[in-house]
Design a protein around this ligand. Structure first.
Ligand SMILES: *[C@@H]1O[C@H](CO)[C@@H](O)[C@H](O)[C@H]1NC(C)=O
Length: 285
């Protein structure tokens, strides 16, 4: 009896631990099962167990020849890895899977959902002066059809072939950005495109944007054509912040600013709030 009486607290303790553990396991599993962002498509999320952290970590895809491609991509998106010229050769397959699979679009939708939610909270003056700055490439239009044929950023940038691709005017819209664009028009915020594309590409850019369901913008700001040849190439941060300053000087209020490059959103005046879209394909400083 004495032994049983002594054991009882131990049994109760162990039961409590077991119950506690399973509750805890539930807690760590639930977030992974709620990962399904974007379009209501079913997303198969790996079940993560605290004691087996390697399971579902994407290790096989990510680690090649000493480069962890998912860590590299995170470094890029957080702007810790800067001034890089090409995707590490070992990561071409990883970036290809990321871009063509659901992951890129899901990451993209998270940003746009935040932007839409923010826009809907704005107390707008409705005076026609409130604008939202949009970048074009990898923000409003996708050049993935080009990059899929050119090593997903792992082969050096070729200005000639890229300009040939742009000249086709066939770049598809990024539908999430188009959704933000139309919501802003409904709210009375005017879209302004600010792009590193050059004036000689204006006509085809307008055509491409119209084909893909973008219209009714306030301004489409392109770089002077002299930049097309690579001469007088200042930094993108200087160029874009300078253009935003001119907008502000003209009385516009930049309520939001969205782009895939940090150079789209760095440099005063940035805009009341900025949104960084994913882009592991190339870096523009
Ligand atoms: C760049 O693209 C052009 C046009 O497609 C091609 O003629 C040229 O060989 C390419 N250059 C390199 C270095 O691949």
């Amino acid at each position: 009896m004495v032994t049983a009486a002594r054991l009882l607290p131990l049994i109760l303790f162990l039961t409590a631990v077991a119950v506690g553990c399973s509750a805890w396991e539930m807690n760590i599993r639930l977030p992974t099962e709620r990962l399904a962002y974007g379009g209501g498509e079913a997303v198969v999320a790996p079940i993560i167990h605290a004691l087996r952290p390697l399971l579902g970590s994407g290790r096989q895809l990510a680690a090649r020849a000493g480069v962890a491609c998912d860590s590299w991509r995170l470094g890029v998106e957080a702007h810790n890895v800067i001034d890089w010229r090409t995707v590490p050769a070992e990561c071409e397959g990883y970036i290809g899977h990321y871009m063509l699979g659901e992951h890129y679009r899901r990451d993209f939708a998270v940003v746009v959902d935040e932007a839409v939610a923010y826009a809907e909270t704005l107390k707008l003056a409705g005076n026609g002066k409130e604008i939202w700055v949009f970048d074009i490439d990898e923000t409003s239009l996708s050049n993935l059809p080009y990059y899929a044929k050119h090593g997903f950023g792992a082969t050096p940038y070729n200005a000639t072939s890229f300009r040939e691709y742009v000249a086709e005017g066939s770049a598809p819209a990024l539908p999430e950005t188009r959704r933000l664009y139309h919501r802003l028009l409904e709210l009375g915020v005017k879209p302004v495109f600010l792009t590193g594309r050059t004036e000689d590409q204006r006509t085809i850019t307008v055509t491409n944007l119209h084909r893909q369901g973008f219209s009714g913008w306030e301004k489409l700001l392109l770089k002077p054509a002299v930049h097309a040849t690579g001469e007088l190439q200042g930094s993108a941060v200087e160029y874009k912040s300078g253009e935003r300053q001119k907008l502000q000087d003209a009385g516009f209020i930049i309520v939001g600013n969205i782009g895939d490059q940090w150079s789209d959103i760095l440099g005063a005046p940035e805009g009341a709030r900025t949104f960084k879209l994913p882009d592991p394909l190339y870096y523009i400083g």
